[in-house]
Design a protein around this ligand. Structure first.
Ligand code: AMP
Length: 397
């Protein structure tokens, strides 16, 4: 993931695991489930209220402002990777501590930046070997579009009040859009009859949205429009999107994001447009488990020392081989048969065997684990021999 993010020119930012509670109340929004029910909040020794971060964007924006990272004109690109905390009901694919990877492009209001962010998320998942992803896109307009729409939505919700859950009943007044986030069956039934924000966009938001859709088509990113995606947060503007992996069932969302043109200003900065995404690492791993795509766990080369005298020389040999590709050393001291079996199961392509016989002759045995063939190579020519073998197998070197 780091490789792909950095290939797009995004640089890592590490923010603290906790922040002042008010940051999340202001940015995520006081009406959201996250702020109302899901935050791990505590007082420090001086009675200040702190919260374990439930998401990454607010912290990035805070750090961006505090460290004057917007000093230079242009777009700043960040990515983060780390634990998030939500007092959610634990279930398959939903944890109270989970990891997210996310990216933020701060400083551009253009639709092409939205296209890049969606491209980046889909490429990130694609590069891991995930296929058949569903990208769903919507526009939530700007606050002006929302104002006109909300009164119409309130009126429609009033008519259905009797069918809504208690929480959604209270949302009608506070923040009616959030009804679209409700998981309750009855509320979901009502949703299909509600007016859609998608049909209330102003001309500028409509053009922005059309440009995003055309750009995704041009880049060959399969996607569909889903007018139900609202990403309820108050500071989201225009583009909102999610990426799903349908075989995961109820928790099929691998990630999502959108444009948040109002957030930097709401956090005390100058008006600054921005767009980003976040994805759940555990969900991505579950998805990988369900495909034939294997999570890359073991390096392609493994060095197998036989006997005590070969152990330190094996470490030395591995240092050299790492110039070709990642290399592990199996120091478990088992029989050759057991070592080879583990190496094959671990997914290595080449085993380099170093035993007493090889040591005295200044040789090694290079074994092609995929073909089950082996040859002897002079110790000095081992990197070339391994490189040639890996190239024959298509690529790591
Ligand atoms: P969100 O920040 O709510 O938009 O979530 C972005 C992604 O993080 C989701 O699509 C999930 O993949 C993942 N995610 C969110 N909440 C959880 C959780 N409680 N446990 C595991 N993954 C989560």
């Amino acid at each position: 993931m780091r490789h792909t993010l950095e290939a797009y020119g995004y640089g890592e930012i590490r923010t603290p695991v906790f922040e002042e509670t008010q940051l999340f109340v202001r940015s995520v929004g006081s009406e959201t489930d996250i702020v109302q029910k899901e935050m791990y909040t505590f007082n420090d020794r001086r009675g200040r209220s702190l919260t374990l971060r439930p998401e990454g964007t607010a912290s990035v924006v805070r750090a961006y402002l505090e460290n004057h990272l917007g000093r230079e004109a242009g777009v700043r690109r960040f990515y983060y990777l780390g634990p998030m905390f939500r007092y959610d009901r634990p279930q398959a694919g939903r944890f109270r501590e989970f990891f997210q990877v996310g990216a933020e492009a701060i400083g551009s209001g253009d639709p092409e930046q939205d296209i890049e962010i969606i491209d980046l998320l889909s490429m990130l998942l694609h590069d891991l070997g995930l296929k058949d992803l569903e990208v769903e896109v919507n526009s939530v307009g700007h606050p002006g579009c929302r104002q006109a729409y909300e009164s119409e939505l309130r009126a429609a919700l009033e008519r259905e009040r009797g069918k809504l859950c208690a929480t959604c009943g209270t949302r009608i007044e506070g923040n009616p859009l959030r009804v679209f986030d409700c998981k309750n069956e009855a509320c979901r039934g009502v949703m299909s009859r509600l007016p859609l924000l998608r049909n209330h966009l102003c001309d500028a938001c409509e053009t922005h949205h059309a440009t995003v859709l055309a750009g995704l088509a041009r880049l060959g990113i399969p996607h569909k429009e889903n007018p139900m995606i609202v990403r309820g947060l108050d500071y989201y503007t225009r583009t909102a999107f999610e990426v799903h992996y349908p075989p995961l069932g109820a928790q099929s969302a691998l990630g999502g994001g959108g444009r948040y043109d109002g957030l930097v200003e709401a956090c005390g900065g100058p008006p600054t447009p921005a767009v980003g995404f976040s994805a759940g690492i555990e969900r991505v791993l579950f998805a990988l488990e369900q495909t034939s795509a294997e999570a890359p766990v073991e390096p392609p080369i493994v060095v197998l020392p036989l006997g005590d005298a070969a152990r330190v020389p094996a470490l030395e040999l591995a240092r050299e081989l790492r110039a070709v590709a990642p290399t592990a050393v199996d120091l478990s001291g088992r029989s050759l048969k057991a070592l080879l079996r583990s190496a094959g199961r671990g997914g290595a392509h080449v085993a380099v065997i170093l035993g007493d016989k090889e040591m005295t002759r200044a040789e090694v045995t290079v074994r092609d684990l995929l073909a089950g063939e082996q040859e002897t190579s002079p110790r000095t020519g081992v990197t070339a021999a391994v490189q040639a073998l890996l190239q024959r197998h298509g690529g790591e070197a």
